[in-house]
Write a protein that binds this ligand. Sequence first.
Ligand code: GLP
Length: 242
Amino acid sequence: MDILVFDTADEVAAAVAGRIVDAVAARPDVVLGLPTGRTPIATYRALRRLHHAGHVNFARVTTFNLDEFAGITPGHPGSFRTFMDRHLFSEVNLAPGRIHFLDGAAPDLDAECVRYETAVDAAGGIGLQLLGIGSNGHIGFNEPGTELVTRTHRVHLAASTRRDNAALFGGDIANVPAEALSMGMGTILGAGTIVLIATGERKAQCVGSAVQGPLTTQLPASFLQLHRHVELYLDRPAASRL
Ligand code: GLP
């Protein structure tokens, strides 16, 4: 793993945005895997600015988001699709037809997972996968447990994850869907390069265990150790247990 540590979260965001700009310049039709959460917001802000300044052209880029809540429509204010529209999609020149999202309101959620996995394959796989990390070590919505599911699948969300995501649903955990759809760890590990962003002291312990601890389904991020090209972009607090 390449571990890059920066003084501030803003420096992390600038560096990751620069990393994405370089990836698009090297390969204008790159396939990006994208995360949600509070962590990448600053990165998306930096990317928007770079796009507005003419430093990056997304016209031929394809995107696949990692996950989505089940039981809500894409237009729901709490959906990850709405989050991405607000923080990135509405402000850059991605072609709508190249933006891929899981539909949490699909009538058959298992079929929806198969559709998504097939679409990732048809696009030639993910070239650059951007990741955040849950405070419990989850990746996408691959939660800690006794087993991990390899491919895109339905997930029962951990209570801590629903609490972490409550802000999207008016601050009330009761409003956070109990289920979600997520790329599997195998889908994620199939990416050419993985760039994980973590900022803040709250992530220090799971980052430390993910990098230095044993491989365990209790900490899905530990499986990133199996990948050849992982880059960690951390601020000092998030790197404090390394
Ligand atoms: C959600 C997303 C994850 C993300 C996590 C961390 O659970 N499904 O992909 O990594 O949030 O969120 P935050 O960056 O807000 O800590």
